[in-house]
Every structure is written in C-alpha cells, then in structure tokens.
Design a protein around this ligand. Sequence first.
Ligand SMILES: [Zn+2]
Length: 435
Amino acid sequence: MNVYDVILRNGFIVTEKGVTKGNIVITNGKITKVTNREIKGSSKVDIDASSYYILPGLIDTHVHFNEPGRLEWEGFETGSKSLAAGGVTTFFDMPLNSYPPTINKEAYLLKNEIGMQKSITNFRLWGGVVPENIENLAELSSCGVIGFKAFMSSSGIEDFQSCNDIELLKAMEKISQLSAILAVHAESQAIVTYLTEKMKKNKMLSAESYAKSRPIESEIEAVDRILTYAALTNCKTHIVHVTSSKVVSKVLEAKQRGVNVTVETCPHYLSLTSKDLEEKGAIAKCAPPLRNNTEVEMLWDCLKRGEIDVIGSDHSPSPSSMKAGNIFEAWGGISGAQTSLNVLLEEGYWKRNVPLETIVKLTATNPAKRFRLYPAKGTIEVGSDADLTIIDLEKSFELKKEHLFYKHQQSPYIGKKFRGQVLYTFVNGDLVYQV
Ligand SMILES: [Zn+2]
C-alpha cells in the first residue's frame, strides 16, 4: 500500500483557472497528485476536506517584520505565525524598519539567517534603495533579494532615506541592467511637505487634516513621474499600496503603452475609510491614508476589471505607545498580516461577488508570476510546492484581540465579523497552523 505524507480528500480546489472537486496528495513537500479518483493509501495526515476549499497558500508581497533591530515592534516568529493563521505561506519582508536596513550584503545575510531560524513560513527579502547604496545593488541582487524598494517621499524612519529623482533614475538604470524589479512608494514629497506644514502651522491636527495632507493628487503626481522613469530606463516597476482608481488608471495607461509595471493595493484600502481613521485613531493610520467610501468602491471596480495585479498587507506594526499623541506624530502603519484573506472573503467574495479564482489570482498566482516563483508557488499542480491553505468558506467569526498572533495584538478589524475561516495551513507539506 502507498504511504504518503498528506492526503486531502474531496475538497473544492481553487486555482486562478477555476474550482474543481478533487483529492490532493503531498509527498516530500511537493504536490504529487491532484485527481478526482479515489486515493488508495495511507498518510500521516489525512483530512476530509469535502466541505472545505483548498487554496494555494497566499504570498504576501509586503510586510515589515522589523527584525533585527526593532524586535519589540514585531519579528519573524510572531509575524510568520500570524501569516500562517491567515493562510499565507510565503512573505516578502521589506528592507526598512528593521535595523540595519537591508541595503548591503552584510545586512541581507544577517536578516536572512534570523529569518531561516525563526520563520515558520517561506520568505524572501526585499533589498533597499537609498541615496548612498547604488553600488551595493549588484551584490544584493546576487544574494537573492526578491526585488528592490525605494521611497519617493520620506519613509517615516531616519535610517532609510528616500531618493531624489536623479538617484531614482540611476538606481532604475542599474536595476534594469540586473533584470531585477523596483517596488516604489509613490507619494510626492513636495505636495506632502507643503500640505503638512500648512496644516501644522494652522494647528489643524485632526485625522481629517492628516488625510488631507496626503491627497490622491500626491500619489498621481509621483506615479506619473515614476512611470515616465520606468519607460526611460526600461526598469521593471511595481507600485505598492495604491489607494485610488485614479492612480490605477495611470498604471493601466502605462501598461497599454508598453511600460513593464504592476500595481498593488492593500486590504485596508478596500475595506476601511477616512471615517475609520477618525473613529479608531492611529490604529488605522497609514501612508498614503485611507480614502472615502466612493474611492473604496471604485477600487473594487478596478479589482473586478482585472486592473490590480497584487494584494499585499503592508503589515507595519509598532508598540502601542508609538500610536499615541496627535495623528501627525503617531506611527503610520496598519497591522493586517493575519487578516488579508478574511477581508477579501468578507468584503470581496461575500459582499461584492468577487470570485474565489480572482482572490487566488491576486494573492498567490500573480505575485508568484511577477516575482518569478511560478509554478512552484501560486498554484495547485503536480510538482508545485505543497503550500496550501484550507478554508471553511461559510464559517463566521468575530475577530477578537486574542486571535491575533502579532507581537502587539492590535488591528483595526478587532470586533469585525468575518465569514470564511482558515482551518489549516501547510508550508512545504508541513502543517504549520490548525485553528
Ligand atoms: Zn510598507
């Protein structure tokens, strides 16, 4: 009799192509069978998935786990546990908010070693682009960074400086030569500085003022500029955390004229509004800020039309003490790593008829393809890595603080009711989370 590592029986198997009923067999960390024929054999783990959905494990392209250097903010252990509980099996950690920032080979090797010891999921590291490290980009690329990240406006942290336009152009030329990809935080430093100074001078320090200090125009201006530079330097570009359909349409136009660009948004821009920032305070503060309800709906329309490529959490936590004080001074960053799939199921699948295939495409298949991990990741096929999550689509629950695996159990979603619960998560065939 055949002995396997894992058998998942009779589940609804979801890929970007559709939903089929079938069985999955896992051996030595890989998917070795996907079939609707009965599996004869035994295994250490044998799950009757007949009323559950099996998805490719999510790939979170955008987290800040702050380790090493700011372990009191988050860390690989707590961060990866929370991801696994949210159905995520691979994450890409950003180069900043950890210390030293990932801007050279030494910093990369240090962080990578810690991640290898502590993470319970797969991960890759982003390399940073700062004004003084253009000559380090080649060594970072050889180390195996998933891509590079640059800021067009202040990053919010002293040890990771934003680039001016000439520095960006030089970095993009280099990244293009390396056949790598640049992720960009695109807000206009000029617009943000001008408006922030004006608000502070007039003692306008409310949540509403904060939102107004970083308007959509600031994103549009920066995105227009970076798209021009991407065309000029032939640099593969990925625009992170876009908040508005007006920005998405700029990216779409650029794609149509042949620019190699993709666009990411985050669950919070699809589910929270500036009203949440007013009511919940700094727990819902991020940059760019949350927008109004009309923008949220227009962003969903973009998503449904296939104009958004990737959804990343931009999980960027801090100790709660840093969330105090006026909204301009409080740490900007939403804790969302654990709840991305929950938000997309509740707000997308259930409320707005977004098909499961689309959710899989945005959270697994597209990230795998864009960052060259496909078809090992991002799909459910014979030969792919056994990175899977199993969900009960119908199960409702209310998110409580104690459900969160974060170092700091804070989230703008505490108290929210979600339909769709993660039951099991497998990473390379190992069961790393069970509800
Ligand atoms: Zn970020």
